[in-house]
Design a protein around this ligand. Structure first.
Ligand code: 2M8
Length: 433
């Protein structure tokens, strides 16, 4: 358990308590008033040090939104706050789609699969409590169905990697990685859209209206095809190294879970190895990192982003040495950054205050701290851990920061910043499996 007298833990816990809503944690009470999928995974990985039971509830609440086809939705909506976030439940109309749950409303999109990893970490925090509640036995089939959805319906390129169908699914919404695939899409959605997000964050720190127009257009297209992945001419299909690396790590976690339940873990280990092998298709030798791939054209999107470093989390990754060098090189930490920039520091269009086009995000530096430790570079892991804890507390747990000055941006009292700072401060924290 975490030491609650430690200031990072005490202040972080206060944020998580403030953002707790009945059964789950809001990413931020103003800007993000619903439950988000991968936020809950990250939040649970910190919450487990304070209350493993609550961390389990967080994931159970998310499972309540799972669809019959296995997908875990990007957002589970609070029906009372439809006006406060756009697009909300009234846009998605999920109940009109047969595969969606009857009792909660959700989006049809997904987010990166960090959930099996979170479930395993929650169990490890208090195995007795977890066993008493049958937590692993309950979670396992749901996680298997989720991963099956990714391996089947989302392998749109037929090459062993899951494709995302919308920038929101990447979690790195306006990353320069998606620019090319979005370029030829209309930026005019059929229905006029609101921007309640701009009430809570400066417009210079959020995606533009033009980008939002494209996001809405694409979401309408997916929704209007009943969120069915068999839409043959669907115009945005991209393979993202971050998404697939978290999938591989979550398969390794599923193997641990299966083992704990006395089940055969071999299929999960094989799947993790297959994903690691398939990631080779996204390797870019010149940039020294993984990049994204546009499925319809088969072209690599050759930009160095934080997404391309996340495979370093995979234990024993053959490319680990090169990726670590890139992390410490001029495009990222070697630029003098205190936390890992989300985009190549040497790129002309790097914007250190603009959302996923440059700023450093706490979840990414947390992942990189674990990855650096795993790769044997404890010095880099410790430096990232120290910076992320210091900046989190100094600026009231901001959503993201300027990677060089640490100047805060976005919303404050942001849940995953608080949760991951708590994890970094905990003696059992910053560990992979
Ligand atoms: C951001 O994305 C949402 C859409 O999902 C938004 O901009 O409204 C991203 O940072 C994403 O990674 C995160 O899960 C979400 C909630 O914190 O906010």
């Amino acid at each position: 358990m975490a030491d609650r007298r430690d200031p990072v833990t005490a202040l972080g816990t206060a944020v998580l308590e403030k953002n707790w809503k009945v059964s789950h944690t809001l990413p931020a009470t103003g800007l993000y008033p619903h439950q988000w999928s991968w936020d809950s995974g990250f939040i649970a990985m910190g919450l487990r040090h304070i209350s493993p039971r609550r961390a389990g509830q967080e994931i159970d609440a998310l499972f309540a939104g799972q669809w019959a086809d296995g997908r875990i939705p990007q957002i589970v909506f609070d029906p009372h706050r439809d006006q406060d976030y756009s697009p909300g439940a009234s846009f998605w109309q999920s109940r009109s789609i047969e595969a969606s749950p009857d009792d909660v409303e959700t989006t049809g999109l997904i987010q990166p699969p960090n959930h099996a990893w979170a479930v395993w970490k929650i169990h490890q925090s208090d195995p007795e409590e977890s066993n008493r509640r049958g937590f692993l036995a309950r979670a396992y089939p749901k996680l298997v169905a989720w991963h099956r959805y990714l391996a089947t319906k989302r392998d749109r390129g037929g090459n062993g990697l899951a494709a995302i169908v919308h920038p929101w699914e990447s979690g790195t919404d306006n990353s320069p990685l998606w620019d090319d695939a979005l370029a030829f899409l209309p930026s005019t959605a059929r229905h006029p859209f609101e921007r309640p997000d701009l009430l809570h964050a400066d417009s210079s720190e959020r995606p533009s209206d033009r980008e939002y127009g494209k996001y809405f257009w694409l979401a309408e297209r997916y929704r209007d095809h009943h969120c069915d992945d068999a839409d043959a001419d669907y115009p945005f299909l991209v393979e993202d190294p971050l998404f697939n690396a978290l999938h591989a790590v979550s398969e390794l976690a599923l193997a641990r879970i299966a083992g704990e339940l006395g089940l055969d873990a071999s299929s999960h280990l094989e799947r993790a190895t297959e994903i690691e092998g398939a990631l080779e298709q996204l390797w870019d030798d010149e940039l020294g990192c993984y990049v994204a791939r546009d499925v319809p054209t088969g072209r690599l999107i050759r930009k160095a982003t934080i997404n391309g470093l996340v495979p370093l989390l995979i234990p024993g990754l053959a490319r680990a040495g090169t990726v670590l060098d890139t992390l410490k090189g001029p495009r990222f930490l070697g630029s003098g950054a205190v936390l890992v920039p989300s985009y190549d520091a040497t790129a002309d269009d790097m914007q250190p205050g603009l959302y996923w086009r440059g700023p450093a995000w706490f979840n990414m530096s947390w992942l990189m701290a674990i990855a650096a430790n795993e790769a044997g570079d404890r010095e880099t892991g410790a430096a990232l851990s120290r910076s992320l804890q210091d900046l989190a507390v100094q600026h009231n747990f901001p959503e993201y920061v300027n990677p060089w000055t640490g100047q805060p941006h976005g919303t404050r009292a942001f849940s995953w910043t608080a949760a991951l700072a708590i994890d970094a401060a905990s003696p059992a924290g910053l560990s992979l499996l």
